[in-house]
Design a protein around this ligand. Structure first.
Ligand code: HPA
Length: 266
């Protein structure tokens, strides 16, 4: 099964190993188009999720971006689509099998910190699994006992901070809380999340981080803040609003990622 998948991918995108994976969150799909390489629909890749969330672009694109061979996942599956926390396991297994050593996750998130505004970026330095779910439930091997200390790789974070600085960007860091969705949080839930130490909230990324660490990939993650979390502003929270606001931060994110990759290429 895995061999057949890899053969399909290599036939379309070439056999050279991939260095880095990139998962694009809501409204961030545009970066996939910048990659010079082959685009393969998830529908042609058995075991890949049928990403059904508007604002996502369900394609795997493999090729060069700023001198680095990358695999860009234009769509992710969320827990709330299927009730399966491990919906991204196959794509991440493929990424590891293609030779990648690292993964950068992006997402759209609500901010719990007044200083981090819509359109800003927040790099994750840790997370809180507020869902109680785990994508490794049912995994039989002892590898399931994944060490999550420093799950967001300190060296990658330092390199991303250096890239931000070189671009004249300030890059906030903070703790991301995973809320299952698809409904947004209540005001009381956001107050709770603040008390327990969250700086941003969203419906993805944590399961992928756990799966990627399980597979031995280094991980970094960046949120595009699309709104202040429930109760923190008068703005109406909606998926429409997320899709409208994500491109604002996406421009900064693209600049940052391009610089990070250029520095990685040398
Ligand atoms: N909550 C959860 N997920 C989100 C939000 C939010 O406020 N904004 C964008 N994704």
């Amino acid at each position: 099964m895995m061999e057949a998948l890899l053969q399909t991918i290599r036939a379309r995108a070439g056999a050279a190993p991939v260095r880095l994976g990139l998962i694009l969150g809501s409204g961030l799909g545009h970066l996939a188009e910048a990659v010079e390489g082959a685009a393969i629909d998830y529908a042609d890749l058995p075991g890949f999720p049928h990403a059904g969330v508007s604002g996502h672009n369900p394609k795997l694109v493999i090729g060069m971006l700023e001198g680095v061979r990358v695999a860009v996942f234009g769509g992710r599956a969320h827990y709330y689509e299927s009730g399966r926390g491990d919906a991204m396991r196959k794509p991440l297994e493929v990424l590891a099998a293609l030779g990648a050593e690292a993964l950068i996750l992006t997402n759209a998130a609500g901010s719990l910190v007044a200083a981090n505004r819509p359109g800003d970026l927040m790099m994750l330095n840790d997370h809180i699994n507020f869902s109680g779910l785990n994508p490794l439930i049912g995994e039989k091997s002892d590898a399931r006992f994944v060490n999550m200390t420093d799950c967001y790789d300190p060296a990658m974070r330092a390199a991303l901070q250096a890239a931000a600085k070189a671009e004249g960007q300030s890059l906030a860091e903070g703790v991301y809380a995973w809320y299952s969705g698809p409904s947004f949080e209540t005001k009381a839930e956001i107050r709770t999340l603040k008390i327990i130490g969250a700086d941003a909230v969203g419906m993805s990324t944590v399961p992928e981080c756990i799966l990627a660490r399980f597979l031995g990939l280094k991980v970094a993650a960046i949120s595009t803040i699309t709104n202040m979390a429930a109760g923190m502003s008068d703005e109406h929270i909606s998926h429409e609003h997320t899709k409208t606001m994500a491109p604002v931060g996406a421009a900064k994110l693209e600049t940052l990622l391009r610089r990070y990759l250029r520095d990685l290429a040398v």
